[in-house]
Design a protein around this ligand. Structure first.
Ligand SMILES: Nc1ncnc2c1ncn2[C@@H]1O[C@H](COP(=O)(O)OP(=O)(O)O)[C@@H](O)[C@H]1O
Ligand SMILES: C[C@@](O)(CCOP(=O)(O)O)CC(=O)O
Ligand SMILES: [Mg+2]
Length: 334
């Protein structure tokens, strides 16, 4: 039997980092996906084939006749830890420890770029392997397992990323619970800096700043929470479309400033944010953990101008759409 599952990337419209401290966030699934194929193998081992991820620590040396490969196996194993934990949790749930399973991954999502590649790979793996093992899990249960994977690997995680990747659409997420917000085709442009920021390290960095200066950081997180509440009200309001987007844009800019205050922006991210605003975006901010990775802009009727401005500023624009669909079982073959 062979199962192919896929799960989407996301952008955090509002509320990254503060969501880890119990504040609300708004997240949307986007049309970039990670595909995971799971099948039984004849060994009693778990085999992971990750086709789109760089394996760190590989050293190659060669003489005239021979070529030698060395690897820092610790680093190589670490990069596969989301997939490994996801498989192990499902094997445990299905009481299937000891079975041979091969998992093969291909992905459209840039890694460590704030678009939730870790959650997408975890959710798609859980979806594919659970189906293979005959375990009937709801999308909510898969989101919860995905959250456990992120907690095990990162040490801290709000759970917003695995939830949006499993569920799809646009959600309001808060303290482990979610509700759908009305689906809207937001005119967004994502700008990729080309560098990555590991979520684990950025979340830990914010935690250190919080512990060092709680009286300064607490009000920043509280303000972020208020920005998100205001954005939820705006999305649910009867405001005319243009006014709605203009208000959301202003709230994005405030959210970006607060993220910058927490220390998660970079020079390149700020350059892309200002380039987008100058080219006519109503708002622009980081998406995800920051420290590199991506920003996104809200740019009705200005998507191509903003994309060009992002390119001129040295970034890579990604014009994408909000995806209604979360986890998808693409194919089940006998
Ligand atoms: N295609 C993939 N195959 C295997 N692991 C992946 C893949 N994509 C992402 N990952 C895992 O997710 C990690 C990046 O997660 P993270 O730091 O949270 O950034 P983000 O989720 O924003 O991309 C990678 O280092 C790797 O461990
Ligand atoms: C920073 C954070 O709010 C989002 C991280 O998203 P990403 O892994 O950078 O795509 C962490 C979390 O919510 O667990
Ligand atoms: Mg992640």
């Amino acid at each position: 039997m062979r199962v192919l599952a896929s799960a989407p990337a996301k952008i955090i419209l509002f509320g990254e980092h503060s969501v880890v401290y119990g504040k609300p966030a708004i997240a949307a699934a986007i049309n970039l996906r990670t595909y995971v194929r799971a099948e039984f193998n004849d060994s009693k081992r778990i085999k992971i084939e990750a086709h789109d991820i760089k394996t760190p620590g590989l050293i190659v040396s060669f003489s005239e006749n021979e070529i030698y490969f060395e690897s820092d196996y610790g680093k190589a194993a670490e990069v596969l830890s989301y997939v490994r934990q996801a498989i192990e949790l499902v094997m445990e749930e299905a009481d299937a420890n000891g079975k041979g399973v091969t998992v093969s991954i291909t992905s459209q999502i840039p890694v460590g770029a704030g678009l939730g590649s870790s959650a997408a790979v975890a959710v798609a793996t859980i979806g594919a392997v659970s189906k293979l093992l005959g375990l009937e899990l709801t999308r909510e249960e898969i989101a919860k397992l995905g959250h456990r994977v992120e907690l095990l690997v990162q040490g801290a995680s709000s759970g917003v990323d695995p939830t949006i990747s499993a569920i799809g659409g646009i959600i309001h997420y808060e303290k482990g619970k979610f509700e759908h917000l009305p689906f809207v085709e937001l005119p967004i442009v994502v700008g990729y800096t080309g560098s990555s920021g590991p979520t684990k390290e950025l979340v830990a960095m914010v935690r250190r700043t919080y512990e060092e200066m709680p009286e300064i950081v607490e009000p920043i997180l509280t303000s972020m929470g208020k920005v998100v509440e205001e954005a939820i009200e705006t999305l649910l309001s009867e405001l005319e479309e243009g006014m709605k987007l203009a208000r959301l844009g202003r709230l994005m800019n405030i959210n970006h400033g607060l993220l910058d205050a927490l220390g998660v922006s970079t020079k390149k991210l700020s350059e892309l944010v200002y380039a987008a605003r100058t080219a006519g975006a109503l708002g622009a901010k980081i998406t995800g953990a920051g420290g590199g990775g991506c920003m996104y802009a809200l740019a009705p009727e200005k998507q191509s101008e903003v994309a060009t401005a992002i390119t001129i500023a040295g970034g890579t624009p990604i014009i994408t759409e909000i995806s209604r669909e979360g986890l998808r079982i693409e194919e089940v073959l006998p």
